[in-house]
Structure formats: C-alpha cells, structure tokens
Design a protein around this ligand. Structure first.
Ligand SMILES: [Fe+2]
Length: 357
C-alpha cells in the first residue's frame, strides 16, 4: 500500500528531524490577523453571523493555507506559531479561531449542544463515564481521533504544568502492527461499535459500527477511541468484542503510545495545532491549572470539513454521514441542530464550493 511509504507515515524521530510542518507567522502576518479581527468584530453578532469576507487575513492567509494542506497531503500534522495572542482579548482570540475556520472549511458541530467551537478547559467533567467527553476534563486522555476531517486547536493559555500534546501517526502504527502481528492487524479491519456517548441526533442510534482501519484509493484511514468502544460494550444489542478483537485493540493501543512513535509537544499561547483525524491519533497528558481564573488553560477547538478532503471509505458513512470528496461531513450533529445552523453550513459550503449532502 502506497500510504505506508507516504509522508503521513512518520515516527517521533522523523518529526524531530523535520521542521517543514511547522509554520511561523511573521510580524506582518500577525498584525494582519489582529487587525482583521478588530475590524470585523461586532458585539451584536454571534459566530454564525460572520462570513468569510468579513475577515481579510492578509499575509497570514497563504501560511495558514499551507498548514492546512500539510494535514491533507503531508505529515497529517501541522503547527502554526504566532497567532496574535497578546494583541487580542479572549473573545477576540476566539473570533480569530472562527475566522481561520471560515477561510479553510465548514465547521462541524461537536456534541449534544450542536456547538461549532469548543472551549477546551477543565470544567470538572468525568472523562470515563457513559456521557463523558475528554475536552472538558483535566484528565490524561487515551489516544483517539476526533469525529471530523481536520481538528484545529488554538492555544490561548497553557496549563501551570502538564497538558502536553501527543500525536502518533496511525499510518506508521499500522505498518508496525502489520510487521509485528499481521493477524491482529487484520482484526482491526473488522467493524466494532463506537458509542455516541448519549449525544446522538434524533435520527441516530446510540452507537454505530466502524472499523479501526480501512483503505480507500490506496490511502489508509483510521478511527480509534477506546473510551467510546468500551462504552458501546455496555449498550444493549451491541455485539461483544471477540477475544481476537480485544487482543488487537490492546496491542494497537499500547503500540500508539510507544515513545518512539509519539511526537510530544507543548502548545504555547498563540500556537495552532492542526491534525488530520484519519492519519493521526492524538492525546494529551493530564494537567494542573493556574489558580487565577484568567490564567487557566484554555484552547479553542474547531472541527472542519475541508474543500480538499479525500474520498473516505464507505465504512465511514455511519459516523460521517457522507464520504464523498468536498462534502460537508463529520462532526457530532447533536440535539440542537436547527435552521440557523443549517443556514450557516449551506452558506459556508457555497462560499468554499463544497457539497452539502
Ligand atoms: Fe480529541
């Protein structure tokens, strides 16, 4: 398979030796971003009211475009440094994150409340519960994929300690597993159930079947979330995992956290991490917050469907609702998906020449 020799198949040493996936905004680009936000900002508007043309990203635009392209045709991981954190207050930084999204994709809803932008911070959520989500806890997270093609994470405040960002190439991990335990690699192509963590839309069930790996057009796609697979095992009617599937999942989960596979980085205020969910897995270490409320760890997370998204395997349809290239797909539609949200998606899809399924 070509994918196993692509730039998306990397280990920790490869990423340390190569800085081409790190993009730094120069002073002019930083100034352009800050002024774009100041000009467009309107306290009467909600995020969904803004249009792409409201924000002129200026010199930052080509840099951000290259970083997004890196997620699709390069390493699957990109870092943009130098968002103007010091020039903007918290709502301004949030709006900047949204503005970057307006230029690069159609934001996808992220949970029960059908919200398009998550504030990633410790809200005391219990990660390991049937409705648990990691982003609102301070827990160490399992390696997992999010439910959208691209995940953008902008850092406003870092933690007092901990909260390191961990990324592993699922493509490289698959190659290793093929070499070490081919029979278990085969088992990862079987469909197992993922829980929707009680966030399902009215037309969705509590879980859906999905493989950990599948192939489409000679590219390898991966989806993994231990928490959701374990939760699904408690749902009535979900087939129990076979002994071989359990062994395969344990082996894979241990493999992806090996230090020689995992690239570790510390996101600084003003950094933006971009990942391709289909070719990377991510995690973060637990963290201790600052005491002062204004200094507490805070990142903004966007899930995006992008115009250059590849065709997904047919097995992705249950989770993503569509698999065709350039479609508005993925996300967690949730229970507040209304006309306003639909109108935003239709307008933004038209702006970017994407197809709304
Ligand atoms: Fe995540």
């Amino acid at each position: 398979m070509k994918a196993l020799k692509s730039r998306a198949a990397w280990n920790a040493a490869d990423m340390q030796a190569d800085a081409s996936w790190i993009y730094t905004l120069d002073e002019r680009a930083q100034r352009d971003l800050a002024s774009a936000v100041r000009k467009a900002r309107d306290p009467e508007k909600t995020l969904l009211d803004y249009r792409r043309e409201d924000f002129d990203l200026g010199a930052a635009r080509p840099v951000i475009a290259k970083a997004f392209a890196e997620t699709q045709r390069g390493r699957g991981l990109a870092l943009v440094r130098g968002l103007p954190r010091a020039e903007l207050d918290q709502p301004g930084f949030e709006l900047l994150t949204w503005a970057i999204g307006l230029h690069t994709g159609v934001a996808r809803p992220q949970g029960k409340a059908s919200h398009y932008l998550s504030a990633v911070r410790d809200e005391g959520t219990v990660y390991r519960s049937s409705g648990g989500r990691g982003y609102s806890s301070n827990a160490e997270l399992d390696f997992h994929t999010d439910s959208a093609d691209v995940v953008a994470l902008t850092c406003y405040n870092a933690a007092a300690s901990g909260g390191m960002s961990l990324i592993t190439s699922s493509v490289y991990a698959y190659g290793r597993m093929r070499e070490e335990r081919p029979e278990l690699a085969d088992a990862l192509h079987e469909h197992i159930h993922f829980s929707r963590q009680q966030e399902q839309a009215p037309d969705e069930g509590p879980s859906y079947p999905h493989p950990i790996f599948d192939v489409q057009d000679d590219a390898l796609f991966s989806k993994w979330n231990r928490n959701r697979v374990q939760s699904a095992q408690k749902i009535v009617g979900v087939p129990p995992l076979t002994a071989k599937q359990r062994e395969a999942l344990e082996y894979f989960d241990a493999l992806v956290r090996r230090p020689d596979l995992t690239y570790t980085m510390y996101l600084e205020p003003g950094d933006m991490q971009l990942v391709n969910s289909h070719t990377t897995l991510h995690s973060r270490t637990d963290f201790v917050d600052h005491d002062h409320p204004e200094r507490k760890r805070l990142l903004y997370r966007l899930w995006l469907a992008t115009p250059d998204g590849e065709r997904l395997p047919e097995s992705w349809r249950a989770a993503y609702r569509a698999v065709e290239p350039a479609t508005v797909r993925g996300g967690i539609r949730g229970q507040q998906y209304d006309e306003r949200r639909r109108a935003y998606e239709a307008r933004q899809a038209a702006t970017l020449g994407m197809i709304l399924p």
